[in-house]
Design a protein around this ligand. Structure first.
Ligand code: ADP
Ligand code: ZN
Length: 278
């Protein structure tokens, strides 16, 4: 049996499985502060005998396994979590741990088991509490020097919205994440009606970011997941906007084959986290 943890900004998904697609038990708990949430996670796994643990977590966190700080959350991206060392904390569950960013994990999930199969340069973007993207080149996460933080790139902010990023204010995530939608319109994103003008704005903001991702990585597949992308009508708006902004500068192929829904639904992250344990 293997264990998986998807540690998100709002919720944490825990699972034990025979393999990533064969989950035996799964639990979703809210991500509160580390003092209460970590013991809750450890306690969930205490009933199971797992051989290895795969963790996909929000960051920024140290991924270099040679570092003494391997697994350390280094920035106050979520209140109270800076300074928590996830590898140290989760070694109470099992000493065998593989950790990556939540978005690299989700990208691996979709690449191996979902919509990213056979993609050469694959990008998984999550639009949830934050925005992040995992970039896989031939199935391997592109880490770079620390790791990518695509949610914190800058995009046009035509109406000078203040933005909600705890660090930068009006970066991509600060303008287009779920909490940014709520801050802009005063209503929780999931409560907005499908006809609300918020969605046209959201599609435009997401398209700015996606065009930047295309410019930087030239992916052949981009999967958009995370809570906000449960608004399925966004996909068509985003495809139209991206084509409109890109203006055929390089061929994008059939845009419906480039910008895709996650084949694993809301399970990309936990399936990918489990796959890290293989
Ligand atoms: P996490 O960031 O913890 O991984 P999610 O990906 O579910 O979790 O992101 C949570 C965010 O997604 C919240 O801001 C919430 O408002 C938004 N969200 C969740 N469900 C929906 C929905 N059906 N429509 C629009 N926004 C949603
Ligand atoms: Zn930011």
């Amino acid at each position: 049996m293997i264990g998986g943890i998807e540690l998100g900004g709002t919720k944490c998904v825990l699972a034990v499985a025979n393999n990533p697609l064969d989950i035996i038990e799964k639990r979703i708990i809210p991500t509160k502060d580390p003092y209460s949430t970590i013991p809750e996670i450890v306690s969930f796994f205490s009933n199971f005998n797992i051989s290895k643990l795969g963790v996909g977590s929000f960051g920024p966190l140290v991924l270099n396994s040679a570092s003494a700080d391997y697994g350390l959350l280094i920035t106050e991206s979520k209140k109270n979590w800076k300074g928590t060392n996830l590898v140290k904390e989760f070694s109470k569950i099992n000493e065998e741990i593989a950790i990556d960013t939540d978005v690299n994990a989700a990208a691996l999930g979709e690449y191996h088991y979902g919509a990213g199969q056979s993609s050469e340069t694959f990008v998984y973007v999550t639009v949830g509490t934050g925005i992040g993207a995992g970039v896989l080149v031939k199935g391997e996460p592109h880490i770079g020097n620390f790791h990518l933080e695509i949610g914190h790139m800058l995009i046009p902010n035509v109406d000078n919205f203040r933005g909600v990023c705890r660090i930068h204010g009006n970066c991509f995530e600060g303008l287009a994440s779920g909490p940014a939608i709520q801050a802009r319109w005063g209503v929780e994103a999931s409560e907005l009606s499908i006809n609300h003008e918020a969605w046209k704005k959201e599609a435009q903001l997401l398209s700015f970011g996606i065009v930047n991702i295309i410019s930087n990585h030239s992916p052949d597949k981009i999967v958009l997941g995370g809570g906000v992308m449960n608004q399925k009508h966004l996909f068509e708006l985003i495809r139209l906007n991206v084509e409109d902004i890109w203006k055929g500068y390089t061929p994008l192929g059939n845009i419906s084959n480039l910008i895709l829904e996650p084949a694993l639904g809301n399970n990309s992250g936990i399936v990918g986290s489990l796959s890290l344990a293989l």
